[in-house]
Design a binder for this molecule. Structure first.
Ligand SMILES: Nc1ncnc2c1ncn2[C@@H]1O[C@H](COP(=O)(O)OP(=O)(O)OP(=O)(O)O)[C@@H](O)[C@H]1O
Length: 275
């Protein structure tokens, strides 16, 4: 993993520091409960445009709940989400997606009987303007649009180096490749913010290195802002510009990877020191 270098600027003293960037999304004082269970308590942090932001923490810390709040799947009882400078109203995941927030899931959520090509094409749905009735009335524009969508999907297939499996039903693919196809489907939405829930889970070292390279390439070549949950600390430290650490639903650290790694509160949380 040491060969992977992310886009970080060097400060005068040679330490790696993320560049100062515009805030894309801000979470302010968000709390979320399920009945008596407090999944998230009064959490605030931001995601800056163009960065790779990691959300880490022990099991049950509230990481997935946080992603679900950001993509509109859960609605917090308290706090606000500010997206591109505007406080966001309560919204459904497809509305968040149409505003430019895409995500992948901890357990791959693809159409297993469909091919790689069709799964990635399904990510274009929100970008399609010409519906079925348009196609019946006037095939020309609908066909042109379809060709354009297919071209975008083929570009993604080339980018992710999955030409060989374009016609394979994804259910037949090894897990690492399914994760790559799922990334492709999220990229097909051309998101401004890409949320990745444990993109390396269940992968071997080689697959992790491949996925790390694709994440860095997506960030650098497309300029996509990325927020990811990851348990592999090597990956987190190599990829991220900044890391927010949750424990028992509370934020316990936030900063550059090397600073967070040295935090006593983080070390205690991972060692399971009691509160
Ligand atoms: N839909 C739900 N209903 C009830 N409780 C929930 C629900 N979703 C999450 N929780 C609870 O909220 C807390 C945070 O869970 P969450 O899945 O967000 O943690 P996590 O940090 O993503 O954990 P992991 O690393 O194990 O995936 C846990 O106590 C969990 O049991």
């Amino acid at each position: 993993m040491n060969a992977i270098v992310s886009d970080k600027t060097l400060s005068p003293n040679g330490a790696q520091e993320p560049a100062e960037r515009e805030v894309l999304l801000r979470v302010d004082n968000v709390s979320l409960s399920f009945g008596g269970v407090k999944a998230i308590t009064d959490i605030s942090f931001d995601i800056q445009k163009g960065e790779i932001r990691a959300i880490i923490g022990p099991n049950g810390a509230g990481k997935t709940s946080m992603l679900n709040v950001i993509n509109g799947f859960y609605h917090p009882q308290e706090g606000t989400i500010t997206w591109q400078g505007q406080v966001r109203r309560k919204m459904k995941p497809y509305e968040a997606a149409s505003q430019g927030i895409a995500r992948t899931f901890q357990n791959v959520a693809l159409f297993k009987g469909m091919t790689t090509l069709d799964n990635i094409m399904s990510g274009r749905t929100l970008k399609m303007h010409k519906n079925f009735f348009w196609q019946l009335l006037w095939r020309g524009p609908a066909e042109r649009e379809e060709i354009e969508h297919r071209r975008k999907v083929e570009d993604i297939i080339d980018f992710l180096e999955i030409q060989a499996i374009r016609k394979t039903p994804v259910g037949r693919l090894p897990y690492g490749l399914q994760k790559r196809v799922e990334l492709g489907r999220a990229l097909a939405m051309e998101p401004d913010l890409l949320l990745l829930d444990e993109p390396m889970a269940g992968m071997n070292l080689e697959e992790k290195e491949d996925m790390s390279r694709f994440i860095i390439d997506v960030n650098q070549e497309f300029g996509t802002t990325i927020a990811l949950i990851e348990h592999d600390m090597g990956v987190v430290m190599d990829l991220s510009d900044r890391v927010v650490v949750l424990d028992y639903g509370k934020k316990i650290a936030d900063g550059p990877p090397e600073e967070v790694q040295a935090s006593q509160a983080v070390i205690d949380a991972y060692l399971g020191v009691s509160h």
